[in-house]
Design a protein around this ligand. Structure first.
Ligand SMILES: C[S@@+](CC[C@H](N)C(=O)[O-])C[C@H]1O[C@@H](n2cnc3c(N)ncnc32)[C@H](O)[C@@H]1O
Length: 261
């Protein structure tokens, strides 16, 4: 796409036009976030570093598949300029702005049938770090997407930082419970049936409650099954992201497989 905000030969002008635009750009903070975003097809109109040689040496070592793309993208800027562009300079001194995928494209991916890998649903999550960790897990297991309900923005810069740029490897959207994609809902709750006796289907929606109050009434009403992760008495619950990790692992270990498109 070439538009007024992404056009022009001056990278810093492009950065400011994108950053000041109406919420369509995503800050990729650090080498790994940029590497993942490029690898999974993000459109990245501008990328800066304080040390091109060091950034490309990292690419040679860790990401030769995207080395040429990074070579073409990265503009070297003075330290003071870089520090003014990003709120918390990353140790790799690399930052970029990417375009956010359209909601329509994500909804189409989430609704596509037959679904070959589950969708993770976070019901009103509160912690940005947890949301980022879950998106990273979903990407690793090849999940179709991560849907959040409630007010947290799953594209918040702190979530993108926690997700290491892997928002581009899965479909990340905020929806209401009524708008969830079709498919059987397996909701995780300590009071449910033991997950170890259940095979999770590839088209499942795997739903997890809020860190504060667990599953909402609306999500419980939509759930087809309530499942519990093994936990000894007197422990109240696991952390949200670790619960997602165990559940995706259970899906993969009982027949599901990370999907390589
Ligand atoms: C931190 S827990 C929520 C604790 C919350 N205080 C409550 O009342 O449920 C966040 C979510 O992780 C999942 N979870 C945590 N421990 C679990 C367990 N032992 N079995 C199934 N799900 C669990 C559930 O989906 C839960 O809603």
């Amino acid at each position: 796409m070439t538009s007024d905000v992404t056009a022009g030969s001056d990278p810093l002008g492009r950065w400011h036009r994108l950053a000041d635009g109406a919420g369509g750009s995503v800050l990729l903070d650090g080498f790994h976030a940029l590497k993942h975003a490029v690898r999974f097809g993000a459109e990245v109109p501008v990328a800066v570093t304080t040390d091109r040689r060091a950034a490309l040496a990292l690419a040679d070592e860790l990401a030769p598949d995207v080395r040429d793309a990074l070579d073409a993208l990265l503009t070297e800027v003075p330290q003071a300029v870089y520090a003014a562009l990003v709120p918390r300079p990353h140790p790799t001194a690399v930052a970029a702005l990417a375009l956010r995928p359209s909601r329509a494209a994500n909804l189409e991916r989430l609704a596509r049938a037959p679904r070959v890998t589950p969708v993770v649903v976070l019901d009103n999550p509160r912690n940005l770090g947890n949301a980022g960790a879950v998106i990273r897990l979903a990407a690793g297991f090849g999940a179709t997407g991560v849907v959040t309900t409630g007010t947290l923005d799953p594209w918040h810069p702190t979530v993108v930082r926690g997700g290491a740029g892997l928002h581009y490897a899965t479909a990340v959207e905020r929806l209401t419970v009524d708008e969830l994609p079709a498919g059987p809902v397996f909701a995780l709750d300590p009071e449910g049936d033991d997950i170890r006796g259940v095979r999770l289907p590839d088209d499942a929606l795997l739903a997890f409650g809020s860190e504060r109050s667990g599953l909402s009434a609306a999500l419980r009403a939509r759930a087809d099954h309530l499942l519990a992760l093994p936990m000894r008495p007197q422990v109240s619950s696991y952390n949200l992201a670790t619960s997602v990790a165990m559940t995706l692992y259970h899906w993969s270990a009982t027949g599901g497989a990370p999907h390589v498109p």
